[in-house]
Design a protein around this ligand. Structure first.
Ligand SMILES: Nc1ncnc2c1ncn2[C@@H]1O[C@H](COP(=O)(O)OP(=O)(O)OP(=O)(O)O)[C@@H](O)[C@H]1O
Ligand SMILES: [Mg+2]
Length: 368
């Protein structure tokens, strides 16, 4: 068992720098998820931990060893890829035991470990089957089994579920979570799917363009995003963002001259607003904190309401998305259940300002 520490880690491919000096302290037995858009450096970082890419600068420690110059096979890590590539001519048992045989483990040790892994993964009855006789999810489990039998200190997963259909993904996601509870190892898991990240992680690392934007528990990232990138990336549908001006006094935002909203007094104090000059900000409000009048109890202050035009309505059954406009500024509101509101209706849009976020328009960093 081991934690993993990255200190000022860089990756350069010739003149291209893919990872710009990231530092991260992953605790023993922690389930860490790297999330971020395509090309942000997730796989590169994981591969540097695995030893499949050299580290251009900085150090990676696994347990108490710096592993920069240690071969992948000696790092006590096991990696599960998106394309798990089982050996097609070998049955499940042989696929899972192959690595241990190469390492010349005794036969009885191999048998015990494969049987144990098969039990954890529900593969016991499938050990004699060949990969072509398995479903996608079962094959993915065999790939995980290959990693488990090695008893690594750290599991590395690179988008292991992205080849599976939506239903199977949800099922396998639960199995991976259960697996973590059973094997009690450190897991570093890469995905670009924020729902997967939210449901699996103890802590999420949000990456963007080779930098770490924020590290925190799913709830922390959701409630206190450090900047507009994290705010827009975590949460579905994403947070609404509108450019506004915060007045000198710090008690009102004016949104492009179209409408104004009050800012709760304690919030601007937190933001360190100087009360001398106005400043450009970005208002962030999640769809669930916007409601049209038919979906609230009617006790919001009048100053939180703005007349809006319903552009279109998306009923999803258990909830409804309302696309509304205040002049030319679009918002997405999300309401539980169904609604009687129709496209073309004029509705009072209620901003739940207790849940508002403000970001600096230039730095994009959260003011609160
Ligand atoms: N061998 C390479 N040579 C040059 N550039 C590379 C190489 N491998 C990756 N890159 C670049 O490094 C950056 C990070 O790539 P990486 O594969 O880590 O992204 P990712 O976050 O895993 O994306 P995805 O979600 O698409 O898998 C990208 O801009 C990519 O083009
Ligand atoms: Mg990748």
């Amino acid at each position: 068992m081991a934690g993993v520490v990255l200190s000022e880690v860089y990756k350069r491919y010739g003149k291209v720098e893919a990872v710009h000096g990231i530092s991260l302290d992953i605790k023993d037995k922690e389930f860490i998820v790297f999330v971020g858009p395509s090309g942000c450096g997730k796989s590169t970082t994981l591969r540097m931990i695995a030893g499949l890419e050299t580290i251009s600068q900085g150090t990676v420690k696994i347990g108490d060893r710096v592993v920069n110059d240690i071969a992948p096979k000696d790092r006590s890590v096991a990696m599960v890829f998106q394309n798990y590539a089982l050996y097609p001519h070998m049955n499940v048992y042989d696929n899972m035991s192959f690595g241990l045989k190469l390492k010349k483990h005794p036969k009885d040790v191999i048998e015990a470990r494969v049987n144990e892994a098969a039990k954890i993964l529900g593969l016991t009855d499938l050990l004699k089957r060949k990969p072509f006789e398995l479903s996608g999810g079962q094959r993915q489990r065999v790939a995980m089994g290959r990693a488990i039998v090695r008893k690594p200190a750290v599991f590395l997963f690179d988008e292991p579920l992205s080849n599976l259909d939506a239903k199977l993904r949800t099922q396998m996601r639960a199995e991976i979570k259960r697996l973590h509870q059973k094997v009690q190892s450190t897991i570093i898991y890469v995905t670009h799917d924020q729902v997967e990240a939210m449901t699996l992680a103890d802590r999420i690392v949000v990456m963007h363009d080779g930098y770490i934007e924020q590290v925190g528990s799913p709830v922390e990232l959701f409630q206190k995003p450090a900047n507009t990138f994290v705010a827009g990336f975590i949460g579905t549908p994403p947070m609404n963002h509108v450019q506004c001006t915060l007045n000198a006094k710090g008690d009102t935002i004016s949104c492009q001259g179209k409408f104004s909203l009050p800012v709760p007094p304690q919030e601007t104090a937190l933001a360190g607003h100087d009360c001398q000059t106005s400043r450009e900000v970005i208002l962030g409000i999640r769809p669930e904190n916007l409601s049209v009048i038919d979906s609230i109890n009617g006790n919001a202050p009048d100053s939180w309401k703005v007349e809006a035009l319903v552009d279109f309505v998306e009923p999803l059954g258990s909830e409804t998305y309302l696309h509304v406009k205040i002049d030319n500024i679009s918002f997405l509101a999300r309401t539980k259940g169904t609604t009687t509101v129709r496209a073309g209706d004029n509705v009072p849009l209620v901003f739940n300002l207790k849940q508002m976020h403000l970001f600096d328009a230039t730095t994009k960093q959260a003011l609160f």
